[in-house]
Unconditional design. Structure first.
Length: 258
């Protein structure tokens, strides 16, 4: 079984590239991958010589979201949600610059990886989707992060209708910084990293802390609130039906609202 995560240093040791390496699963977030991503971002943040991290996905897409086959197993959904909240917190509060290089597709939890990053470069073929409500799920953690950047009306449309948008639409909603051809994706991400390395490291860390502190609540507190909501208001029947319908490639058969 290939390693689900690859960490590499290219020409600049101050910049790490973290590659999600589950191309056969469209880099879906298994619990193992979530934990390894958290560990990798934590280690990069602790390394005083590290100044920037680029996150990318191997294969045809960036990240398909949570691994629903794994999440269907008893107890995994709760573990994954808690672990994913921690991953988002580690990424969002890292003292170094985090850069997502997203191509192909990002759905569900994969959108959270984009939202938790400081900077986002998107290839022009990128599709970003919010399928949670169509699977009986609530996009609690993702909504928490996107609420900091995406205008309220637009966010409601995305989340409540379960829309899929393209890279240019995502850029207009401030979800991504740059939209480039696929062959320019990594070079553009490395250009961002180069500029990050040129900045004073303590000034960057202080500025990132300030950006978090000037919100009404810190990202950690927001994610804890979202996690509480996720566990308190999960509709098990809807989730089981939504996931089953997705796996069986059929339309879900919803019941009435409580």
């Amino acid at each position: 079984m290939p390693n689900p995560l690859i960490i590499s240093d290219l020409s600049n040791p101050a910049v790490a590239t973290i590659t999600m390496n589950r191309p056969d699963k469209r880099n879906a977030l298994s619990l193992q991958l979530i934990l390894e991503l958290t560990s990798a971002f934590t280690e990069c943040s602790r390394d005083r010589n590290r100044r920037a991290v680029i996150l990318r996905g191997e294969g045809k897409g960036f990240c398909a979201g949570l691994d629903l086959d794994e999440m269907a197993q008893a107890g995994n959904a709760e573990k994954a949600a808690t672990a994913l909240a921690k991953l988002y917190e580690v990424m969002a509060t890292s003292p170094i610059v985090t850069i997502a290089a997203a191509h192909g597709a990002a759905f569900g939890g994969g959108v959270g990886l984009i939202a938790a990053s400081d900077l986002v470069v998107a290839s022009d073929d990128l599709k970003i989707g919010f399928p949670e409500v169509k699977r009986g799920l609530t996009a609690a953690l993702i909504t928490t992060l996107l609420r900091r950047t995406v205008p309220d009306r637009a966010l409601r449309e995305l989340i409540l209708l379960g829309l899929t948008i393209d890279a240019k639409q995502a850029q207009s909603l401030q979800m991504v910084n740059r939209v480039v051809p696929a062959d320019a994706l990594l070079p553009t991400a490395h250009e961002f990293a180069k500029q990050a390395v040129a900045a004073a490291p303590n000034a960057v860390a202080r500025t990132k802390k300030l950006l978090d502190d000037i919100h009404v609540r810190s990202v950690k507190d927001d994610l804890n609130l979202a996690l509480k909501f996720h566990f308190e208001f999960r509709h098990e029947v809807e989730i089981k039906e939504g996931v089953a319908a997705f796996q069986e490639k059929r339309e879900p058969r919803w019941g009435s609202r409580d």
